[in-house]
Ligand binder design. Structure first.
Ligand code: ZN
Ligand code: ZN
Length: 123
């Protein structure tokens, strides 16, 4: 199995080789800000499973807390990756909304639910 993904403008394309190790919906306030939404939905993989097919030069990294980097397209703003280089340097989280290959697993894990927004009825 492999998954293809891309940003909104298409400048950045990536491929995930193999299956996602885990997945979650994150309700933290930083994900709300970054995604401009109720939160972020992520699939986690080993760093070696991720390959940038094209446009890696468009990827910008924002260090939201020390060692935590949020990757986004500097042309269209799509949120693509999340990684904690201090604690889990061999792991990277992919924003599931950027996948072009359908993700068939159901994401059941919710984290940082204390800051869950009140306006999303299926949150
Ligand atoms: Zn883009
Ligand atoms: Zn979050």
């Amino acid at each position: 199995m492999s998954y293809a993904g891309s940003c909104l403008c298409g400048a950045i394309c990536y491929q995930v080789k193999g299956e996602f190790v885990s997945s979650s919906h994150c309700h933290c306030t930083m994900c709300q800000k970054q995604h401009g939404a109720a939160g972020g939905s992520y699939g986690n993989v080993s760093l070696r499973q991720l390959e940038w097919v094209r446009g890696q030069e468009w990827l910008s990294l924002y260090e939201s807390t020390t060692g935590v980097f949020r990757g986004f397209c500097s042309q269209c703003g799509s949120s693509l990756t999340w990684s904690n280089t201090a604690e889990t340097p061999d792991r990277i989280a992919i924003s599931l909304g950027t996948l072009d290959t359908p993700f068939k697993q159901i994401v059941t894990k919710h984290i940082f639910t204390d800051t869950r927004v009140s306006w999303k009825n299926d949150a």
